[in-house]
Design a protein around this ligand. Structure first.
Ligand SMILES: O=c1ccn([C@H]2C[C@H](O)[C@@H](COP(=O)(O)O)O2)c(=O)[nH]1
Length: 160
């Protein structure tokens, strides 16, 4: 993936949102960190991967991709805020989707405490590993990201 291109799309979108909303720069990193936690929870709920007590099937792949790229928006945005960027990301083997989610949560907590470039890279690797565990290809990820990026502009224009 050419991550630099996505960082550029994200930078423009964040700027657009900031111009349309009253953004307090001091708290924006915490807000975006919490937003990423929330998106991870929403994504996990759509996959239902941890709901061993339920027979209800997971959401369709389109919905799961949409939730995934919501999280990707905040992950890119956090990198921009902290001036940490990845050039490539490494996919690890995981035994389950639940393990992949828990690793992202754990590394997000670690990144929140340390805010180092290495912690950001580790978090990014875990989020890309999660995509692989959810069968989201790079190509699908990029397409879904660009579609949601457009939608985020439309939402601002509609006064969301
Ligand atoms: O500074 C921001 C704030 C929001 N979003 C995007 C990311 C998600 O795609 C979407 C989440 O919006 P909700 O549906 O959770 O309101 O907003 C950004 O990209 N940058």
């Amino acid at each position: 993936m050419h991550w630099a291109e996505l960082y550029e799309y994200q930078r423009q979108l964040d700027k657009y949102i900031e111009q349309h909303k009253n953004v307090e720069k001091e708290s924006v990193v915490d807000h975006k960190t919490l937003a990423f936690y929330v998106e991870l929870g929403e994504l996990a709920n759509e996959t239902r991967c941890f709901k061993f007590w339920s027979n209800k099937p997971e959401s369709d792949h389109e919905t799961i991709k949409e939730e995934y790229v919501d999280g990707l928006h905040f992950l890119l945005s956090l990198g921009i805020e902290l001036n940490s960027y990845v050039e490539s990301a490494e996919i690890s083997d995981v035994t389950s989707r639940t393990e992949a989610f828990l690793t992202v949560y754990q590394r997000l907590g670690e990144w929140k405490r340390k805010k180092t470039k290495q912690a950001y890279q580790n978090l990014f690797d875990a989020y890309v590993t999660l995509a692989a565990a959810l069968n989201i290809s790079e190509e699908d990820m990029k397409q879904a990201y660009l579609e949601k990026n457009d939608e985020n502009y439309d939402r601002q224009d509609r006064g969301y």
